[in-house]
Design a protein around this ligand. Sequence first.
Ligand code: RI2
Length: 322
Amino acid sequence: MFVTDTAEKIKKMEIRGAGRIARAAVAALRDEAGTIATTDLPEFRNSLEKAAATLLLTRPTSVSLPNAVHLVMTSLLDDLPSVEVARERFFEACNRFIKASERAVERIGSIGAHHIQDGDMVMTHCNSETALSCLLQAHQNGTSFEVFATEVRPRNQGLLTIKTLNDAGIRTNYIVDSAARYFMKEIDLVVVGADAVSVNGAVVNKIGTSQIALAAHESRTMVMVAAETYKFAPRTILGEYIEIEEREADEVLPLTISRNLPQVKVRNPAFDVTPAEYVDLIVTEEGAIPPQMAYIIIRDYLGWKIGEFGKTPGRYGGNTNE
Ligand code: RI2
């Protein structure tokens, strides 16, 4: 029940943002584990695997989701003496992940804040708690800067962003997505979050991010991505692609209009891919890295090495090549 409920909320984007999605999924799995009435360990593990599979289907692009599930599922070792011990270990692993995720957002904020300087004009896109953590901490450090925040069609997550910035007392300009290049000449730094980072340093984030990064590249504006280590996609080591979620057409155009336009097909990809060469820095909780160092994060902090993939085909991770 916990899992179906959370999966539904993630799908409808009542719970959204890659980090929040991961924490909500892990919390739902933990609560679900509390309700599984069996004394048989394989059955217990099986029920959790099934629950995890439901969660993994909700937002295919958010690699934080399979990575978080993978991290907590590995606590269910084969040699545990009983379901009760397994449940206890699982609870601990879930709570550990949730705390670590919250700490990561804070840590990224304090590292990222050092890259924002007095007088900077900073552009952000969508509503990333991790990118916002950098802005909020820079503001708390006394750095004086101004923000350009985009609207983020079709779901208007920009509204959430400008509310947070406004409440913190940060001067903010609110612009339509298509005005990003127009204002880029005034911008010193672009700060965005990520839904996934590929082994080659390509960043998957809210649709429109790659256009902004391209405009930034053209005007020699620095692009900083704020991403926890669990957003790096292990299976991209194999050259697989990260699936880009395409959402319902009526998010873009109401059915009342589109049904009268039989020749028109509305397309609604939720994310796009920014190549590594348009990204200057990825700030993780373990430190800031150039995008080309993404493999080190996957190897050292997620524990995935070349050769290990055959063991869990297709279950955890995503992919992209750009
Ligand atoms: P944090 C969001 O996706 C945006 O693309 C945002 O940049 C990204 O998740 C990361 O967010 P959506 O859920 O984890 O709005 O940094 O589709 O909060």
